[in-house]
Structure formats: C-alpha cells, structure tokens
Write a protein that binds this ligand. Structure first.
Ligand SMILES: Nc1ncnc2c1ncn2[C@@H]1O[C@H](COP(=O)(O)OP(=O)(O)O)[C@@H](O)[C@H]1O
Ligand SMILES: O=P(O)(O)OC[C@H](O)CO
Length: 496
C-alpha cells in the first residue's frame, strides 16, 4: 500500500443481467463505477443460460474501467472483493479455462424432473438436513450433473480431474488469477446442494446421490480470505482478491445485518429476503431456506432466506417483451396515474415460483383484465406483484416465529418510491432505504477491506450504515386486506 495515495477497494458485482464494478474509498464512498448488461438466452421453455465469455468479458471490462477512472483521482486499488449471482453453474476445462457448456442460470428449470424423482424417493429430507435447502432445480447440483450427462465425454473427464465446477465466483476467480486459484467461499458453497452447512465441508453422500465427482469441486474459504493475486496483465499489476460472497449474503453484510433478527430484502432481477439467525441453523417450517450468512475467521453465521425468482425481471418483461415502457423509471408514474389496480393482478411465475410455494411448474398469468385495462394497469400490477410476493415471504417468516420491526431494502428496484411506499403499506411495516443502494458491492468491499486492514471489525461497519428514507405504512387495514385477497385469488390460479 502506498503511503501517500488513499487506499481504494474494487468491488466486482457479477449479477444476473449485468456485471458491475464499483470502487469505494475507505469511508465507503463510491469513487467510480461501470456497468455492462449482457445477453440472456432462453433456448427452451424454462431454460435460462448465459455465455460464460459474456460474463468474463463484461466483468473484466467494467473492472478495468472503474479501476482506471478511480486511480485517475489519485487513489490506489489495494484489494478486490467479488460478489455474484448465486447457484448459476459453470463447468470448465482446467487446462484451457474454456467452459464446456453455457452457464446454467439459477432461474433455469430444466432439472425439474430429476428433482421430482429424488423427492419421490424421499431424498429431500436428507438434502434439507445437510444443506438447509430444498430439492429444487434452483440449486447447482442438478445443473452440474445435467452438463456432465449432456456434454460428450464430460463425466469421464470430470472423474479424471480434468474438469472444474464452480458457481460464477469460482469461474471468475480462476480467470482473474490466470488459472491459479480454484476456490469459492462458504456462502456460495452453501447454495450448491452439495455442501454440509453444519460441518462446513462438501458432503460425500450428497455428491454420490447427485452424481457430482468430488475431483471437480473448488476449495472452500472464508468470506474474508486470500483468493490469490490477479494476473498482472489484467490491471497492470497484481492485486489481491480477498473478499468473496454470494450477492444476497454480501447485501446482508452491506446492510449491516449482523445480529439475530436483522433482516434485509434485495430487489434486483429477483428478490431475496435474508434474516440473520446468529450462529444457529434454524430450520423453517414454512419452506424458507437455511443458509450460510457469512464465514469470518472460520466462524460461520447463518440466515433464513426467502427467494423470489422474478422481481425487477417483471419490469424488464414490460420493457423488452411487451415493449410498453422504454425504461424501468417510467413505472412509478404509470402506477401513480391510477387510483388503484382496477382489479388487475400479475403473477410473474415466468420460471415457476420460489419461496414459499416452490412450484417449478407454475407459470405466469395476468388476471382481471377489462377493455379499459392499459399499460398503467400492467405496470402497476408488475410493481404490486413484487410487493405481494414479499408479503407471502414475510408471512412465512412470521409463522416461523421471527419478529420483524423494520425491513432494510436495497437493489436497483428500490429507487422506485411508489413501490417502497406500497411495500410499507402492504407489509404494515416501516421500510428503510439506505443512502448507498449498492449494498451488495459495498458488502463485499467491506469483506475485502477487513482482510487488508482498511476496516477493523463489523462493529465499525455497522456504524457506517446511513438512512436515506423511511417509508411508513399508511394504508387502511380494509384496503390492505382487499389488495391481498385479490392477489391470493390470482396466485391460486397460477399455482393450479
Ligand atoms: N425505477 C425502477 N422501478 C422499477 N424497477 C426498476 C427500477 N430501476 C431498476 N429496476 C429493476 O431493477 C432491476 C435491476 O436491479 P439490479 O439490482 O441492478 O439487478 P441485478 O443485480 O439482478 O442485475 C432490473 O430488473 C430493473 O428492471
Ligand atoms: O443477480 P441477482 O441480484 O438477481 O441475484 C441472483 C441471486 O443470487 C440468485 O440466487
């Protein structure tokens, strides 16, 4: 670290629809940022893929751009944190670094039948006991097995140690370090369905049942740890990668959810609610997931998670498929332009439904259309659907016995004031939006900064959290009940 230049941290946030790089200074202030969207591929109904080279190219280019812009201001990037869309699965050739097949994205449902069969054999109980997860195509294990079974020669080569498996973090760490490091962190490992979250190790019984060879797996490290140095050719010098976490866990860290009961909800492509449960694994009775929140200095903390597959993606659908808006920002004014939803509901089960329903075969629907329904109703229904899905999760959390006093929110969608007010109204709970909405990137910058001594401890990080806006519930109980009952009707139909 130079004596004169202020130390910066580069946070790489590889998300479902875009790759982002943000440089923070030691006070947590954003110095520079770059972002690039990339193509989504839908080869069949329920399939979602990314080209790993798109993931790599956008990550590398945005990281370079943010780093160069930041350093023009005089500081020096001394550490890199990496956070990522979770569960998305890539298999690559250890020798060439080339992927065997496209990345199979977390939203992809192609392994639904495998999951159903394993459930019928009574295997789900073992999966849940060891991993905290459910048997669903969402998680990595069945996706990895699918690639091994569908790419010629892949299984034999994997058993022979020639093939590497990874979630997006592992793939990028490998590329960033010029092939030197094949590692993941405990939070990403906990989303594969192959990792025992009690014993903190890959689970042999699960590997055997899911038919995933152990020789493919990455080494699992702490979230604040040594992941190697970047290839000097990438950024002109080697820089240590020393913070890694799945994006939802990173967001919880950035929101300073460190104590049991602390809760956050992130609204990006999907929506993910995490409630911290301390050093205990709590098993939900209401189909929430138990997952690793963080691992620091070998000490694991846990969370309960509710995962919604489509949140901001419903807004992208209005923009890209229906083409009724040009930009996501237009939706707030459209929603506000009508007094109520006029009975129109959207259930965005485009890739099935996640928590608390876990129905991979459910499909989306719009109900209550009349001749006067127009784009205002559709935009409002899309925004409302995100809120109702959160309400279903919060009910499940309450039934599991957790008491919630406020909800901290983040992610691209929370810039939408109308939606945040509607969220507070429907949940009947204050909703708090922090000043820095990029809490995912901030969280992993904190993790990297802890490792290099820029931040000393989590207490210091908790003190840095700043409120931007608090949305107080203002809707009458009657109106809330009316809205929720309309949603329940629409949901029943989508599930049927
Ligand atoms: N003002 C807005 N109103 C509603 N949705 C928005 C708004 N701005 C962004 N979004 C949605 O938020 C998502 C982007 O959030 P982001 O946190 O960047 O997602 P991800 O990390 O999943 O790529 C997009 O799906 C977009 O449609
Ligand atoms: O890319 P995001 O931000 O929608 O997050 C994706 C999640 O990590 C999937 O579990």
């Amino acid at each position: 670290m130079s004596e004169t230049q202020p130390p910066y941290i580069l946070a790489i946030d590889q998300g479902t629809t875009s790759s982002r790089a943000i440089v923070f200074d030691q006070s947590g202030k954003i110095i520079s940022q770059a972002q690039a969207e990339f193509a989504q591929h839908y080869p069949k109904d329920g399939w979602v893929e990314h080209d790993p080279e798109d993931i790599w190219r956008t990550t590398r280019d945005t990281a370079r751009e943010a780093l160069e812009t930041a350093e023009e201001n005089g500081g020096e990037v001394v550490a890199i944190g990496l956070t990522n869309q979770r569960e998305t699965t890539i298999l690559w050739d250890r020798e060439t670094g080339k992927a065997l097949y496209n990345a199979i994205v977390w939203q992809d449902r192609r392994t639904m039948d495998v999951c159903t069969k394993l459930r019928e054999e009574g295997f789900e109980i073992h999966v849940t006991a060891r991993t905290g997860l459910l048997l669903d195509p969402y998680f990595s294990a069945t996706k990895a097995a699918w690639i091994l079974d569908n790419v010629d020669g892949a299984r034999a080569r994997a058993e022979n140690g020639e093939i590497a498996f990874g979630t997006v973090d592992s793939f990028l760490i490998c590329r960033l370090t010029g092939g030197e490091t094949h590692a993941t962190d405990a939070t990403n490992a906990s989303r594969t369905s192959l990792y025992n979250i009690h014993d903190n190790c890959w689970d042999d019984a699960l590997l055997e049942k899911f038919r995933v060879p152990k020789a493919m797996l990455p080494n699992v490290r702490d979230c604040s740890d040594d992941y190697g140095l970047t290839d000097p050719e990438l950024f002109g010098r080697p820089i240590p990668i020393c913070g890694v976490a799945g994006d939802q866990q990173a967001a919880a860290f950035g929101q300073a959810c460190f104590e049991p009961g602390d809760i956050k909800s992130t609204y990006g492509t999907g929506c993910f609610v995490l409630i911290h449960t301390g050093d205990k694994v709590l098993h939900s009775q209401n189909k929430l997931l138990s997952t690793i929140a963080c691992r620091l200095d070998g000490k694991t903390t846990y969370a309960l998670e509710g995962s919604i597959f489509i949140a901001g993606a419903a807004i992208q659908w209005l923009r890209d498929e229906l083409e009724i808006i040009k930009s996501a920002d237009e939706t707030a004014a459209l929603a506000e332009s009508i007094e109520n939803n006029n009975g129109v509901y959207l259930v965005p089960a485009f890739t099935g439904l996640g928590a608390p329903h876990w129905s991979p075969s459910a499909r989306g629907l719009v109900s209550g259309l009349t001749r006067s329904s127009g784009k205002a109703e559709l935009a409002r229904a899309a925004l409302e659907s995100v809120v109702y899905q959160t309400a279903d999760l919060m009910n499940a959390i309450a039934r599991d016995g957790a008491e919630t006093k406020t909800l901290r929110v983040d992610g691209g969608m929370v810039a939408n004031d109308w939606t945040m007010q509607f969220l507070a109204d429907i949940l009947n709970l204050p909703v708090e939006r922090p000043k820095i909405l990029e809490t995912t990137a901030l969280g992993v910058a904190y993790l990297a900064g802890l490792k290099v001594g820029i931040f000393q401890n989590i207490e210091e990080i908790a003190e840095r959290w700043r409120l931007d806006a608090r949305f107080q519930p203002a809707m009458s109980a009657e109106e809330r009940a009316g809205n929720l009952s309309g949603w329940a009707d629409a949901l029943r139909r989508a599930l049927a």
